[in-house]
Write a protein that binds this ligand. Structure first.
Ligand code: DQQ
Length: 645
């Protein structure tokens, strides 16, 4: 253990009830059977309250002012941190001076629902859990609140797909019904053993709000739907070890095989302000040994949630099973930072003997360097798709509006389109993320624009029909010589602190505007900006400007983005997946990715438009664009199961 661990004062968690107690959750008030007597009493109470309510209504003026009711929600309520996980509500609004919620109409709210992103039929969703492929079906589990559009009562939702795009909803895989997960069946990962058995490890929040790790497995492996899950009767299989806080121990990874033939599982935690990854070894997934070495630790990064750890090939383009190691392989370590709610990763080398991971570039270590996505994106998780030999990545897109609006619309959050992750052989310093090819099945009509010349200050509307579900690929050519020879001092450009798409420099911004109304009173520009320092070095930034994305005041409207490598022989390229209120933007083949969650009020339905723009003052840009209209994916309850609607 490192010095940080030794200096900590917390002790190990010991007061656990024995395994026999697992059928008697002590704090499970929600699920206690109601006795006959209390049933009669409750019915009497209900009818008397009903009569009182009716009488009261007759004595009062009718109130239809829903804004008054909503305004009590305008300031978000914090959800998560008291229970020991990252903030689950859009707490950024709390520090804004917004007092009231926008008068959302049903039309506006229903428009926000996506057409081809994964969403449950209603209510709250957060992290993707335990993705896997089994007997012809992809399985996605996810953090879900069956009762409301806000975080709480976390249960594992379950859906299946044959192509990762069209989904069937299944009954819940696991509900919080045991003392060791009664406060939440939290995030976990699947491991497929060489003999085909499936191991699911997940975090449970116990009756005492302690974070423990639990084991579950399918009741019937020959069921392609994996409908029934058995929680291991000896749960929990892991409790916080000495030196680790009882609320700082969660989110087990997929296991990989060590050189000694034992399985290894990583978990995120922290000691003081140092984010850490612990590794356990096991042969049977019921008993574990904590390895002496931390896999990695980064001071100042705080609690690490949802750690992800996997190999990528530096020579081949296929994905790798989590246990693969050897020459021509680097390992990605990813952590979701509780403190700033972003997903950071780094490339490095895993030494299987010491079980330590070392970043290629210590200055770009986990939590201080690259992010998987510079927009609204968190708690991501990959899995190895043994069906197509791909490493696929899921991520949670949270809401950036008010809780009141989420409650009104009845749902919160979306999952990204799954992305294939590969090592970027050209730069050697980052991964590439690209929407899975299956999404292209939804492409319908294509509109092609070739060699559109964009003089400085130009804005060109693209006539693409209904512009709410689109797949856009655009490349931009500029006179690179002009950039080389001109003098510009734009040092320290940063998408977030810049003036956004309306702030003009010599070589940017230029790109696309989506979800804009005709007069651009609402607009979401996605663009490149080339900043040249006084030293003559040019750096390209890829940004998404949400600042004018909505007229509603109770929405967080940041400008997202980061730098993106553009190599000598390359043009500037971007791909956008526009799906109603979500825009996923991939710069330079997925070197830099930004997810936008936007809430237009005017630029919706047929009023949503797309434009090309060049707001640079010193360079002409030539654009080539393909715009596909996208069909909706099929998402419904699985037939014959008679599920609740
Ligand atoms: N969400 C889960 C936790 C995880 C967090 C709880 C990340 O297991 O750490 O819903 O969003």
């Amino acid at each position: 253990m490192n010095a940080d661990l030794e200096h900590t004062t917390s002790t190990s968690y010991s007061p656990l009830p024995d395994a026999d107690n697992h059928r008697h959750p002590s704090s499970s008030i929600r699920r206690r059977p109601i006795t006959l007597l209390s049933g009669i009493f409750l019915s009497m109470l209900f009818f008397s309250s009903l009569i009182a309510l009716i009488l009261n209504q007759h004595n009062q003026p009718h109130q239809h002012d829903s804004r008054n009711k909503e305004s009590s929600y305008a300031k978000p309520v914090s959800r998560g941190p008291q229970q020991g996980v990252s903030e689950k509500s859009n707490i950024e609004l709390a520090s804004s001076d917004v007092e009231d919620t926008y008068p959302w109409t049903n039309a506006m709210l229903s428009w926000q629902r996506t057409g081809f992103h994964f969403q449950p039929p209603k209510n709250w969703m957060n992290d993707p859990n335990g993705p896997l492929y089994h007997m012809g079906w992809y399985h996605l589990f996810y953090q879900y609140n069956p009762d409301a559009a806000v975080w709480g009562n976390i249960t594992w939702g379950h859906a299946i797909s044959e192509d990762l795009i069209n989904w069937f909803h299944l009954p819940f895989a696991m509900v919080p019904d045991q003392w060791y997960d009664i406060n939440g069946v939290w995030t976990g990962s699947a491991t497929i053993l060489p003999d085909g058995r499936i191991i699911m490890l997940y975090t449970g929040d116990t009756n005492e709000e302690v974070q423990v790790q639990n084991l579950a497995y399918p009741a019937n492996l020959s069921d392609p739907l994996l409908l029934d899950w058995i929680k291991y009767p000896g749960n929990p299989v892991l409790v916080p070890p000495p030196g680790i806080g009882t609320k700082d121990f969660r989110d087990p990874t997929t296991a990989w095989l060590g050189p000694n033939g034992k399985w290894r599982v990583a978990l995120g935690s922290k000691v003081n302000k140092t984010g850490i990854t612990l590794v356990y070894e096991t042969t049977d997934f019921t008993s574990y040994e904590l390895l002496e070495n931390l896999m990695h630790a980064v001071p100042g990064t705080g609690m690490w949630e949802c750690v992800d750890f996997y190999p990528v090939s530096t020579t081949e383009s296929n994905g790798l099973d989590t246990s693969v190691n050897g020459p021509g392989i680097k390992h990605v370590l990813k952590s979701s930072l509780d403190d700033d709610k972003h997903d950071y990763y780094a490339l490095g080398t895993y030494d299987p003997i010491s079980s330590k991971w070392t970043p290629d570039d210590p200055e770009l270590d986990v939590g201080i360097g690259l992010r998987l996505d510079y927009g609204k994106y968190y708690a991501s998780k990959t899995f190895y798709d043994q069906n197509t030999q791909r490493r696929l990545l899921w991520g949670w897109i949270g809401e950036t509006d008010s809780e009141a609006a989420d409650i009104l619309k009845g749902w919160s959050s979306v999952q990204t389109i799954p992305r294939e992750v590969v090592f970027d052989k050209k730069t050697g310093t980052n991964v590439l993320q690209w929407p899975i090819k299956e999404v292209e099945k939804l492409r319908s009509k294509v509109t092609v624009y070739q060699k559109v010349v964009l003089e400085p200050g130009s804005l060109v509307p693209l006539d693409v029909g209904l512009a709410t579900q689109l797949d856009i690929i655009a490349t931009f050519e500029i006179d690179k010589e002009a950039v080389k020879t001109s003098v510009e001092a734009d040092v320290g450009y940063n998408c977030t602190t810049s003036g956004g798409a309306s702030s003009r420099g010599a070589f940017g911004p230029f790109g696309l505007v989506v979800l804009a109304d005709e007069k651009l009173t609402e607009q979401t520009p996605i663009y490149f900006y080339i900043a040249k320092g006084s030293d003559g070095v040019a750096q390209t930034h890829f940004c998404a400007d949400q600042s004018k994305s909505s007229r509603a005041p109770d929405v967080t409207k940041l400008i997202y983005g980061s730098s993106v490598p553009v190599l000598h022989e390359e043009n500037f390229s971007m791909r956008l997946l526009v799906d109603h209120s979500i825009v996923e933007s991939f710069g330079q083949g997925g070197r830099t990715v930004i997810t936008s969650r936007v809430y237009p009020t005017k630029a919706i339905y047929s009023a949503a438009k797309v434009f090309l723009f060049n707001n640079a003052t010193g360079v002409t840009v030539t654009a080539n664009v393909n715009v596909w209209n996208m069909d909706s994916a099929h998402m419904d309850y699985f037939p014959f199961l008679n599920l609740e609607r």
